[in-house]
Structures are given as C-alpha cells and as structure tokens.
Write a protein that binds this ligand. Structure first.
Ligand SMILES: NC(=O)c1ccc[n+]([C@@H]2O[C@H](COP(=O)([O-])OP(=O)(O)OC[C@H]3O[C@@H](n4cnc5c(N)ncnc54)[C@H](OP(=O)(O)O)[C@@H]3O)[C@@H](O)[C@H]2O)c1
Length: 213
C-alpha cells in the first residue's frame, strides 16, 4: 500500500484514478484549487493546492507521500503557469520532499513536435502541445525522478474497456476510465520507470500490456 499525492485531484481523470487507487488499497491526498470538488471516498484527503504557489509550499503538501501523480491541466486557459511551469514546480517539490516516484499524464506525441501537424486533433492545440513538451522534457532531462509518462490521445467520457495498445498508432481517442486504470497500474510496475508510454485503445488487457513493456 502506498500514499500518493494527485496534483489536479478533482478533475475527470483524477476522479477515476482515485477510485482505482483506493480499490487497490492506497491512500490518496488530492490537491486542487477547489478541493471540495474531490470525490469523497475513505482514505482520500482533499487539500488546497494552487500551482501558482511556490515550490516550498507545494513541497510541504507532499510531505509523507510515496509518489506523485500530475493530472492537472488548465484546459488551455493557463498553459504556462499550470500545464508547463506548474508541472515543473511539482517535480522540483518532489525532489525537495524526498519523493522519487513521479507519474505524469501527458499527451500523445508531446515529445515529438514533428508529428503535431500530422494529426488534426494535435494541430488544433499547438500551445497545449508546447506546454506539455516543456514539462515532459524537464521531467526526462532535468530531474532524477523515477518517472513514468503516459501519453494518451483525446480523452472521452465513454465507458472504459480495460484494454489498450501501447505505442504509436492512428487511433485518436481513449476513454478516461482506461487512462485512469493505466495510471493506477504503473504505480508499482518497476518496468515502467523512466519510460514514456503512448497509449491507444486496443485489445490487450492493461496489466498484460504493462507486463510486456
Ligand atoms: N482532454 C484531452 O483530450 C486530453 C488528452 C490527453 C491528455 N490530457 C491531459 O489530461 C489532463 C487531465 O484531464 P481532465 O479532463 O481530468 O482535466 P480536468 O477535469 O480539467 O481537471 C484538471 C484538474 O487540474 C486542476 N487545476 C487546474 N489548474 C490548477 C492550478 N492552477 N493549481 C492546481 N490545480 C489546478 C483542477 O482543479 P481546480 O480547478 O480546482 O484547481 C482539476 O482538478 C489534462 O489537463 C491534459 O493535460 C487531456
């Protein structure tokens, strides 16, 4: 059992992720500007977190946890301070708090700008892609965190399938429950450390797909 901190803990992905993490026996601290919107479940503690705050303040909220999830985002409204620099601050805060495990929810081809023009869904959100490009790059190249980066395609509110394909592909959507299940499943999967995992809808059970990585 682990105690994890979810940055962006009241969002759509976080809500599903919390259900999965709690079902696996973990404790969750969920941080957002409006913590009252966090799903209420035993073992879940909502806390107020603003990514505009300084690294020391964020690190103090991280005290005593084993792993950080970053699933926050500004829906395009505050890309520099939330999606880019906000993410970087949580990485610096993780280091300051002595936490090694860090799991980032990113986006398809965030680290490959040369691909953005090939996919209409990506071409339409270039500023977002750029924010995620800088956040993912910082995590890979400027930290010594035990990171895993999950890069799904467009998120949908469809029912999950619990099945995926990892790697590049042309499919352009992922149900949120499947993205959450992948995020929960990589927590203790040591073979996902220092990996960037692109995910598509597919036909391999999530645990099997992770084992095969
Ligand atoms: N939409 C897609 O198709 C897609 C595709 C691939 C990846 N993603 C990634 O998935 C992420 C999560 O998606 P989602 O649908 O779950 O997002 P969401 O429902 O909008 O949730 C975003 C979370 O971030 C928090 N947040 C926003 N600004 C913050 C700030 N300044 N400080 C602290 N917390 C802040 C929000 O809470 P408060 O507002 O209360 O602070 C909320 O908890 C997106 O941000 C994106 O990076 C999305």
């Amino acid at each position: 059992m682990s105690k994890v901190f979810i940055v962006g803990g009241s969002g759509r992905v976080a809500t599903e992720l919390i259900k999965d993490l709690v079902a696996d026996g973990n404790q969750v601290v969920a941080g957002a500007r409006h913590p009252e919107k966090t799903i209420e479940l035993p073992g879940v503690t909502p806390v107020k977190l603003d990514l505009h705050g300084d690294v020391a303040k964020i690190a103090s909220l991280f005290a005593g946890v084993d792993a950080i999830y970053f699933v926050a985002g500004s829906r395009g409204k505050d890309l520099l301070q939330t999606d880019a620099m906000g993410a970087v601050k949580t990485m610096q805060a993780a280091k300051r708090a002595g936490i090694k495990r860090y799991i980032m929810l990113s986006s398809m081809y965030a680290l490959q700008p040369e691909k953005w023009a090939d996919y209409p869904a990506l071409a339409a959100i270039t500023d977002y892609n750029i924010a995620k490009f800088f956040a993912d790059n910082y995590l890979v190249n400027d930290t010594d965190l035990d990171y895993t980066i999950i890069q799904p395609a467009t998120l949908t509110e469809e029912e999950g399938t619990s099945k995926v394909t990892f790697g590049e592909g042309n499919d352009s959507t992922n149900p949120i429950p499947d993205v959450a299940k992948v995020l929960a499943a990589v927590l203790n999967a040591k073979n996902t450390i220092c990996k960037v995992i692109m995910m598509q809808s597919g036909d391999t059970a999530i645990d099997d797909a992770i084992t095969k990585l």
